[in-house]
Design a protein around this ligand. Structure first.
Ligand SMILES: NC(=O)c1ccc[n+]([C@@H]2O[C@H](COP(=O)([O-])OP(=O)(O)OC[C@H]3O[C@@H](n4cnc5c(N)ncnc54)[C@H](O)[C@@H]3O)[C@@H](O)[C@H]2O)c1
Length: 333
């Protein structure tokens, strides 16, 4: 049995990770630290409220004194909390530096002083920049972030590396490609497409729609993190990808087809500033060294995702009318 502190566990990937971990390791206690920003949704982990071995703490990871206190007796930190939306980073870069860079340093320091045994830092393939039509990012690709979001994530990666090199702190970095699946806030491409198409609304598509992303079903990301917790080597970086490269246009077309909606729903809009053209990730290291492999093809993962959004009408309605935010003032567990 090991005790986990998960940051950002009310967000998309963090909450899916808690669901995954509780299913596979039901006896492990988890503290979920989340500030409940606009992206944090109490509904995402409400199922665990009141369960023995689960505690939600509404807090900023930048609260140094509280982080120090919470680290007592923690074996593993899994750090998801971040400002994560590229478009928002273009409008307010400072906020991204405060949470993603300064917040990560405060968490690292608290974990180091608390003698945590392993710290998993969840990063992104976006720190590597953009690719042409060929090639893929490996763990030794130089960092070349292009947006304030990816620059802030690269900054946090460098701090994690420095904590390993300077203090021998047992930190590991994972860099994954675009995740999709249940409980994703509908500002990101796939849930935006699904929720709009279900309401018969137009679907905005940046530029020519030919930007390429590699798609990873969120449960496959969770199983990769599980392997890193179990066997990842401190100081190492592991890329995690789904080997599912698709243009944004192909993604939109697949979703419209599966929902039985016409392609006339697509509305091309002006491209995002500094929009990276292509990301592709070489995840052969985690496959070879930790024996991880994704279980979901894009088609299978997309089908499961669609079924979830179609079924969870209340979750979608509470996001759409903003009532998911009501908990934010009420909760100070
Ligand atoms: N979504 C993806 O496709 C993707 C891909 C690669 C990497 N990542 C990384 O994975 C992590 C999780 O991404 P996500 O998509 O789940 O993000 P998300 O935006 O859905 O969730 C982020 C969570 O962090 C919380 N949070 C934000 N600032 C906080 C703070 N100062 N203190 C405490 N909590 C705070 C929010 O309330 C929210 O619950 C991020 O670090 C992101 O960079 C995501």
């Amino acid at each position: 049995m090991q005790s986990l502190l998960v940051t950002g566990g009310m967000g998309f990937i963090g909450s899916n990770f808690i669901h995954y971990w509780k299913k596979h390791h039901p006896d492990d206690p988890i503290i979920n630290v989340d500030l409940l920003t606009y992206a944090g949704n109490r509904d995402n982990a409400r199922l665990f409220d009141g369960q023995v071995g689960y505690q939600f703490v509404q807090s900023d990871i930048g609260d140094e004194a509280l982080m120090m206190k919470l680290m007592q007796g923690i074996d593993v930190v899994v750090h998801f909390a971040a400002e994560s939306h590229v478009d928002r980073s273009i409008h307010d870069p400072g906020h991204f530096v405060r949470t993603n860079v300064v917040g990560t340093q405060i968490l690292l320091e608290a974990a180091r002083r608390g003698q945590v045994k392993k710290f998993i830092h969840i990063s992104t393939d976006e720190v590597y920049g953009s690719l042409g039509v060929e090639g893929a990012f490996s763990e030794v690709t130089p960092l070349a972030p292009n947006s304030p979001y990816s620059a802030s994530k690269a900054g946090s990666d460098l701090l994690v590396r420095a904590y390993y090199e300077t203090y021998g702190f047992p930190a590991v970095i994972t860099r994954c490609s675009n995740n999709y699946g249940p409980r994703q806030f509908p500002e990101k491409l796939i849930p935006l497409l699904i929720t709009r198409a279900l309401r018969n609304e137009k679907i905005p598509l940046y530029g020519d729609g030919l930007n390429v992303r590699d798609w990873l079903y969120v449960d496959d990301h969770c199983s990769a993190i599980e392997r890193v917790i179990e066997a990842g080597v401190p100081g190492e970086v592991y890329n995690v990808g789904g080997q599912n490269e698709r243009t944004n246009l192909e993604v939109v077309q697949s979703i419209l087809r599966l929902l039985g909606k016409p392609e006339s729903f697509i509305q091309y809009v002006a491209d995002r500033l500094g929009h990276d053209r292509r990301y592709a990730i070489d995840s052969s290291k985690i496959r070879r060294e930790l024996g991880w492999a994704p279980a979901y093809s894009f088609e299978k993962g997309l089908q499961k995702t669609l079924e979830w959004y179609v079924r969870e009408t209340e979750w979608c309605a509470r996001i759409a009318d903003g009532s998911y935010r009501v908990d934010k003032e009420a909760d100070h567990t």
